[in-house]
Design a protein around this ligand. Structure first.
Ligand SMILES: Cc1cc2nc3c(=O)[nH]c(=O)nc-3n(C[C@H](O)[C@H](O)[C@H](O)COP(=O)(O)O)c2cc1C
Length: 172
């Protein structure tokens, strides 16, 4: 099984998972910026990885545009985020980012990342500040207060074991 991973990562979480995949599967792995050097037709499996920003998986429209020429291949998307692996939240994001047809073509995996304030652009830092303010104004439940506390600082929840379902899919 010849596998290619193309990933985009703003603050390092998706990159970490992509590099672990590269090591575990001995597959090719390219950052999104170098995607043009790969001939996707040469691969049996193509994986796209990206972070989720304000509910949207970054650069996913590019991957979706490749789908017609990738039929017959094993296809997967993994996306990283700060949220915990709650099945209802994950399903909501999958439904918001993929049509039913796309979901039948591509296997989707959520891998928890974290937050890296030091690595964020000024705009992303400002967006997070707005998000924290909004949450603070409505932090009327224990759940919301915990979320607010969690996102007030950097954290890293990446775990190599999180890749197991994706790797099993790619090896099968
Ligand atoms: C502006 C902004 C918006 C974000 N929106 C979400 C989100 O909607 N859901 C989520 O789970 N995480 C969200 N995050 C957290 C990122 O998805 C998380 O840090 C991700 O692992 C980043 O991956 P990357 O560093 O590889 O780009 C957001 C982070 C920032 C800075």
């Amino acid at each position: 099984m010849k596998t290619l991973v193309i990933y985009t990562s703003k603050t390092g979480f998706t990159q970490k998972y992509a590099r672990w995949l590269h090591e575990d599967l001995d597959c090719d792995c390219l950052p999104y910026a170098q995607r043009h050097i790969a001939d996707l037709s040469l691969y049996d499996a193509v994986v796209f990885g990206a972070g989720c920003y304000v509910g949207r998986i970054r650069k996913l429209p590019w991957f979706k545009r490749q789908l017609p020429s990738l039929s017959g291949k094993k296809l997967a998307v993994f996306f990283t985020g700060a949220m915990g692996p709650d099945p209802a939240d994950i399903q909501r994001l999958e439904w918001e980012n993929f049509t039913p047809r796309e979901r039948s073509q591509v296997r989707i995996f959520y891998l928890q990342g974290g937050l890296n304030y030091a690595g964020m652009t000024p705009l992303d830092k400002a967006l997070m500040a707005v998000f924290r303010q909004t949450l603070k104004a409505s932090a009327d439940t224990p759940d919301k207060r915990v979320t607010l506390q969690n996102i007030s600082h950097s954290f890293d929840k990446t775990q190599r074991e999180n890749l197991a379902p994706l790797e099993e899919y790619l090896r099968s």
